[in-house]
Ligand binder design. Structure first.
Ligand code: FRU
Length: 463
């Protein structure tokens, strides 16, 4: 339980935490991070009344993740941000143990938010098949406030072969009807997406489910369904997949299925799952469409339940990824860093092969790459390509993160965003992406194999 009063009364604590955050040499310049405390999934992403609104899973008083509420930042341009008051507190019997993830849907000049109210019962339970409620809750809002939390569905409304883990609603509109996609874990430990239908965004009834005909994890979190350049795309985060050499290297996955979905006839054709990111720190992405019709994705630059940690004694933890614009080309989702970030560029430096750049916050671009290569990104971080395998290799300063690999037959272009404690590597104009946190004290970027263009970047700003 974290209500508004408790948050407001903790002003002294928060001021102390803020002062500690400001002294962190690893504080990020290019990423949305929490003012204090912990951040996980991006939530409720939308453009409304002239501003982008970004909400997120937020534990403002505890950087090790305490009670979860919704934080909020707004921005006109992805560059200058305003920190807003937390939006949804965990303050009602419907969500007392966490205002969990959800999304925004704009209709008739209002934002309809749907999210999961997490409730844990006192007693001895496994909290999987018993002892937990995941309530689907609706809020009607102007982005900043709301009158009431409306219970839309509870466990009795979900199919009877499900566990208590049903969460993270996202709305898709088609032919005048509204479909809610929810992540689910069945009683036979099968991950899937449940789809509920509504004519009015008030009453939802179970419609159908999307699952694999083969084993594919015990739980799918954070579903998102949308049309992208003529293809239906289902994003979700499966848990419980076995690691393979070049795929599923993290504890949990975040990726997409191409999905041809016939909602009217309740039939579908599911393509193969593809990971959206091959680094250590990418999870729970959410997308939205902006007024220009761009499909924009923001991920959580973190990974739940991962074994590694980081040097965090500065009262903040985790951040968003740089926003990415999606497209579907030749059967694949491409992800490009949002164009607005080019406005952060200061100048252009030509980094000739064999020379080194010592900056911390920059974008490095190499085009017309041919053949194998090796790049030193930090003193003990290398990115090398040999025999069709790209390897990110990190040393001690990565606090337990070691190697991540991508099998890829050709690399022609690299675009690397370096922040004080993160790397986002876009390969072949976003055919593949690798995102990771890294905590090196020595910044030195160099390669003997080709020239780079370096753009030192100004920080995004917070008011
Ligand atoms: C994903 C997730 C969601 C859940 C939220 C709770 O990281 O586990 O499924 O709603 O985080 O913070």
């Amino acid at each position: 339980m974290l209500d508004k009063k408790t948050y407001q009364n903790a002003i002294e604590k928060r001021e102390k935490m803020k002062a500690n955050v400001a002294t962190d040499p690893f504080l990020l310049d290019l990423h949305v991070y929490p003012e204090t405390g912990w951040l996980n999934d991006p939530n409720g992403l939308c453009y409304f009344a002239g501003l982008y609104h970004f909400y997120f899973q937020y534990s403002p008083l505890d950087a090790k993740r305490g009670d979860i509420i919704w934080g909020h930042v707004s921005s006109p341009d992805f560059i200058s941000y305003k920190r807003q008051d937390p939006f949804i507190f965990a303050d009602s019997p419907l969500d007392k143990d966490g205002a969990y993830s959800g999304s925004a849907f704009i209709k008739d000049g209002k934002i309809n938010f749907f999210y999961t109210g997490n409730v844990k019962h006192e007693g001895y339970f496994d909290y999987i098949t018993a002892g937990r409620d995941h309530n689907t809750i609706k809020i009607i809002s102007d982005a900043y406030s709301y009158d009431e939390k409306i219970l839309v569905m509870d466990h009795d409304d979900y199919p009877s072969d499900m566990t208590r883990h049903i969460r993270d609603p996202k709305i898709y509109e088609k032919d005048g009807a509204y479909y809610m996609f929810l992540g689910a874990r069945s009683l036979s430990d099968k991950g899937m997406v449940l789809i509920f239908k509504s004519q009015d965004l008030k009453k939802f009834t179970y419609h159908m489910r999307v699952e694999t005909p083969y084993d594919f994890g015990y739980m799918w979190e954070c579903p998102d369904y949308f049309d992208l350049d003529g293809q239906g795309i289902l994003i979700c985060c499966p848990q419980g997949l076995e690691s393979e050499e070049y795929t599923y290297q993290n504890i949990y996955q975040a990726g997409y299925f191409p999905l041809d979905l016939d909602l009217e006839n309740k039939t579908y054709k599911l393509g193969d799952f593809v990971e959206l990111d091959y680094g250590f720190d990418f999870y729970a992405p959410q997308t939205f469409e902006d007024p220009e019709g761009r499909r924009i994705l923001i991920g959580w630059m973190g990974m739940p339940d991962a074994a590694y940690t980081n040097p965090t004694d500065h009262d903040w933890q985790h951040a968003f990824t740089i926003p990415r614009v999606l497209s579907f080309v030749n059967g694949k989702v491409y992800q490009k860093p949002i164009g607005e970030y080019q406005k952060l560029r200061e100048s252009e430096i030509s980094l000739e092969k064999g020379t080194s750049y010592q900056g911390k916050v920059f974008e490095a671009v190499a085009e017309n790459i041919r053949g194998d290569f090796s790049i030193n990104i930090r003193k003990d971080v290398t990115l090398s390509y040999e025999n069709g395998i790209l390897i990110l290799d990190m040393g001690d300063s990565s606090y337990g993160r070691k190697t991540r690999m991508i099998k890829i037959s050709k690399i022609e272009k690299l675009e690397i965003f370096s922040d004080k404690s993160s790397l986002e590597i876009f390969i072949n104009d976003g055919e593949k992406v690798m995102t990771t946190r890294v905590y090196s004290e020595k910044y030195a970027f160099s390669t003997n194999d080709f020239d780079f263009k370096i753009h030192p970047l100004n920080p995004i700003t917070f008011e």
